[in-house]
Write a protein that binds this ligand. Sequence first.
Ligand code: AMP
Length: 297
Amino acid sequence: MIIFNSKFRLKTYLESVRNQAGKCEIGFIPTMGALHSGHISLINTAKVQCDIVVCSIFVNPTQFNDPGDLTNYPRTIENDCKMLEKAGCDAVFIPEVSEMYTSHELELKKQGIEDKSWTEGKTVDFGIIGTVMEGAYRPGHFNGVAQVVSKLFRIVEPDKAYFGQKDFQQLAIIKSMVKQLEIPVEIISCPLVREPNGLAMSSRNERLTSLERERAAIISKTLFQVKALQKEKSISELKSFAEAQLKTEPLIELEYFEISNAETLEPLTDYSQATGAVACVALKLGKVRLIDNVVLY
Ligand code: AMP
């Protein structure tokens, strides 16, 4: 596995690979590191579907709305590289912040101004997808995600890019961005991977105490109960049930529990409003913010 810190070196390498191999499919997995089996499942899928697999590890400052969250985000680069090598990843891109952003772009972030230069002059509107749930609770988050992913796509120019359903709303944002900017990449959606106790795997889980990790099982338990009860209860009954159950855990501070249209992410009040639905939750467990979801139908 080759490690790149420079975008130009990575671009040159990928150009030579493309030239040598003729038809060569490049699969790309953007990550923020502190890798776990959820990330590796994306690499494994890409390995099956592509000739060359590229992963990036970059804790993107522009997508953090809470500076403390950025500082405390786990960083385990050495172990990450070992895991990627073992999984058969061909190249990993680990840029410094200065490799990805100009000082002007960082200054805009510091001043809390949403930098829209990633749209390259086009009008990009995420509509409701960008304003509900994570969009409402993490102002500027999706703008930062779109900004960094569009930059990474311009560097790697992948044929396929792999994203996990763990971040269901992010996946919808990326699909919308690619469509609106007409970026020639296929977005592959990969299933959410869980711990044995049902907790959705997340880099942030490393910051949970063992007690919190144990108590976190109630999150997925509630989501799966909601899925099981969907034929018996109305949407508002399901939401009340889930909220009440999550509130029984004193370590949990609930942000939202929502049942949404799986495509538009619009909140649903009635099943007949959508051909697919997803239950999404965000909460704080101790100091750590967690999200999870289950597709209902
Ligand atoms: P992150 O490093 O958290 O930005 O995640 C990088 C990619 O891995 C994103 O597409 C995530 O949705 C995906 N991912 C993270 N955790 C999981 C998981 N438990 N199962 C599946 N995919 C995941």
